[in-house]
Design a protein around this ligand. Sequence first.
Ligand SMILES: Nc1ncnc2c1ncn2[C@@H]1O[C@H](COP(=O)(O)OP(=O)(O)OP(=O)(O)O)[C@@H](O)[C@H]1O
Length: 557
Amino acid sequence: MKKPEFFSRSVLANALWGFRREFMVVGLFSFVSNLLMVVPTLYMLQVFDRVMISQSELTLISLTIIAFVLLGIMGFAEWVRSWLLVRLSVRLDEYLSTGVFQATFESVLNRTGTHVQSFGDLTGIRQFLTGPAIFAFFDAPWTIVYIGVLFILHPLLGFSAIVFCLLLAGVTWATHYYTHEPLEAALESSGQALGYVQAKSRHCEVVESLGMVENLRRRWREKQQRALGLNHQAQEWSHRLQEISKLVRYSQQSLIIAISSLLVIDGRLTPGAMVAANLLMSRTLAPIDMMVNTWRNFITARVSFLRLEKLLERGGRPSSLDDAVPERAELLVRGLTATASQRAKPILKHLNASFSPGEVVVVVGPSGSGKSTFARCLVGIWPERQGEVLLDGRDVEAWDRHLLGPRIGYLPQEIELFEGSIAENIARFGEVDPEQVVRAAKRAGIHEMVLRHPKGYDTQIGESGHLLSAGQRQRIGLARAMYGDPLLIVLDEPNAHLDDAGEGCLLRAVRELKAEGRLVVMISHRNNATAAADRILKLEGGLLVAEFRRQELAVAS
Ligand SMILES: Nc1ncnc2c1ncn2[C@@H]1O[C@H](COP(=O)(O)OP(=O)(O)OP(=O)(O)O)[C@@H](O)[C@H]1O
């Protein structure tokens, strides 16, 4: 089957195309169920025009049995198509969720999206695929068939059906015209309001202690009010048009009875055909009427589809062509410039530096000089950079991230632990290697502290590690950075929360890593950290202003 252009336009559309066989089977069962929809019509025709005249009870019983069997098949066909769509939606979710999960993180990192919507969007599409709106699309083509049958009964009935279909199609168009813009804007605004609450609730301690709740609530309310206003506008139109749709349907019922009665009086229609025509007319308009009533679901699914499409298109970074991993901690920085879209000037300006295995390099500089940005560039997570950061001869972002991760140790300034056990956090939520976990924990100087907990390494640390002190969190973050076999270890202010003992431990660990031939780059404000350094780089205003060997530091400062 030739692929229509729409299905080539994006990963998401292509995924839907992958389920075309399933949709065709759903279409087949819709065909069966719609075909059998004429059973009640035919049954009435037969009862009124045949049984009533012949007075044959046997015919009536036979007709009733046949009608029940056919209606049973129709019910079964409807159940199967619903069941198929549920299964299809689950499979679509399974197929897309990995990509959506990955793209969500990438888009937050690249600052092109927020984390709140993507899974809601996936659920929205799934719900649309299993809701009543989708059936209206499958049933709509049958309107033509039913109109054909009405024409066979009498052309006047067929023409009336066309007029009423056109009227309802007009109402559907008006529903789309008047509701899609406010509804899309409302969905956008309510997403923003939700994102606002989620983001602020992460800082609940400062919000509560400084009495900021009311101020933040006021700002949230503004966003929420906008969403509610737009939603209200869309709903008003939607309800108005639903009432018009109802009016059309009721008028149709009365008018069809009037028309068919006239035809019966003139002897051009049998009483059976009159009742059957009435029934058939309701079936003809049902899918269009359903569309008017569920148009909101359609618009919501469309918004979700477009948003998810965009996320999947721009979220993923191009994956590496091979499964190679860096073997040497050889790091080369050439002409590195880091920018941020909200800033007029670059954060880092044309930096050049080189780092070798077994080296400990400490980066110092005043606050805001770009040290953390430099650290992020070294591990390949700064989205807006020019120039090169080569790790073992290849751009750090060009390695397969999944394979590169274990070769990198990174302790960010905000430590960012996750809900789970101490062991799981140290082992980066991969398969826990107890020996490696204990080794990393000993290096970070937390082994004894962990064993003091009744559950040891299985101790749960709570969301973001909030059950631990800042110093304990930092040490677990340090152990996580040293876990496994990292070649390059980048530590951003690793001693910020450490006491003297902790700092001593950190220096010992850094020396051990150096002895093992690993490259350690450490960002620090404190002079103590330079005790383990081979070289010290000094950043100022995003420029690399000086480079010292450790012995020269005293002279430089
Ligand atoms: N995501 C961002 N978007 C825009 N500007 C940013 C972003 N992150 C950092 N900056 C800006 O870049 C500059 C350098 O920030 P960076 O965090 O790298 O400094 P730093 O030397 O690590 O500071 P500190 O020692 O206080 O941690 C700052 O002026 C900061 O405002």
